[in-house]
Design a protein around this ligand. Structure first.
Ligand code: GLO
Ligand code: MG
Length: 345
């Protein structure tokens, strides 16, 4: 049964190790060379930013963009890989300094919408109908700078523009409570799902839940996933790990809190995640200390930890669990789980 899950990551997860306090420490690897790593590491899906697929896309016409994306699709086919989603990168251009959809400058908002449409074109050319929206700069550093009700309406308008532009695409919002903003709008799964219900086509708006983002919001990632699963809205995940309320660390899945990771695997498995083709996405970063030749271990290890936790979850004795739950003996349940995580029968 373990073969049911298929895994994905984005090219940004093989990276040069720069952080806000220091330059790169590893050599750049060009996109096509990164593609060659996927299958070797046990991955079948590629997650994209629009400009991972088409660098410098702002200088190109829509036709040129689609043509370049077509070449990337052929490169994926050669490797037997699938494009899982495309996300508009709305946080690097000078016009997105104050946010994209929620910028106070109407010209900048117009740019964000245009760029989002190009992102949809790229998704089509790559053969996926899933768009991920990480609302990186849609927030404020100070509360007085924007109106949070208007901001919510503007994000809703942006969803509607994309949904109307292409009747086939689906949008998975990736909520995150902070970083780079002090406070980000749409910080949790509940916010994202609620917003989707106000859109012109609620059936086509879901979520991408990232473990670290839920933890930064003070929430349990597996409960966030359970909430989305209950609404049939969990269309992809960004599994990773996080040491408490720090910067977004994107650590190897399960490396900080094995039990928290176990519960994410368990809720996904119990609810047949993947049955509609969903990928298990990993949004993990190699440590800055990692040397060039071993800078993909975080991906391999995250996948291996997921599969090991899956094995443990599936080996639990359901009848035993039921007895403990019925008797309300949660201490016994706790030690049973901890022992299994420690490798004890
Ligand atoms: C950052 C996000 C980011 C997104 C990616 C896809 O905190 O996790 O990595 O997942 O840009 O939109
Ligand atoms: Mg992410």
């Amino acid at each position: 049964m373990a073969g049911k899950f298929k895994f994905s990551f984005g090219p940004w997860n093989i990276h040069e190790g720069a952080d806000p306090f220091g330059p790169t420490v590893r050599k750049s690897i060009v996109f096509n060379r990164k593609l060659a790593f996927y299958k070797k590491l046990g991955f079948d899906g590629v997650q994209f930013h629009d400009d991972d697929a088409v660098p410098d896309m702002n200088r190109l016409t829509p036709e040129q963009i689609v043509k370049k994306a077509g070449a990337v699709k052929r490169a994926l086919d050669v490797q037997g890989l699938t494009a899982e989603f495309v996300a508009p990168r709305l946080w690097e251009d000078p016009r997105t300094v104050d946010g994209g959809y929620t910028s106070n400058d109407p010209k900048c908002r117009a740019y964000a919408l245009e760029r989002s449409k190009r992102c949809v074109d790229i998704a089509n050319a790559l053969g996926t109908n899933l768009i991920v929206l990480w609302l990186a700069r849609e927030g404020t550093y100070i509360r007085e700078a924007k109106d949070s009700a208007w901001a919510t309406d503007r994000i809703l308008d942006a969803l509607n523009v994309m949904l109307a532009y292409d009747r086939n695409i689906r949008i998975a919002i990736e909520p995150k409570p902070n970083e780079p903003m002090d406070h980000t709008y749409i910080p949790t799964t509940g916010h994202a799902i609620a917003l989707g219900f106000r859109s012109i086509d609620p059936v086509r708006v879901g979520v991408n839940i990232e473990s670290a983002h839920a933890i930064l919001a003070g929430l349990d990632p597996s409960d966030e996933m359970g909430f989305a699963l209950s609404f049939d809205k969990l269309w992809t995940v960004h599994l990773n790990d996080q040491n408490g309320l720090k910067f977004d660390q994107d650590k190897t899945f399960g490396a900080v809190d094995l039990r928290r990771a176990f519960n994410q695997v368990r809720i996904l498995d119990r609810h047949n995640y993947g049955a509609n083709g969903e990928f298990v996405g990993l949004d993990v970063k190699a440590m800055r200390t990692q040397k060039d030749d071993v800078a993909t271990k975080h991906l391999q290890n995250s996948r291996a930890i997921f599969l090991r936790l899956l094995e443990i979850s599936r080996s639990l004795k359901e009848d035993k669990l039921q007895v403990m739950i019925k008797a309300r003996d949660y201490e016994e349940l706790e030690i049973y789980i901890v022992n299994r995580l420690l490798g004890k029968r």
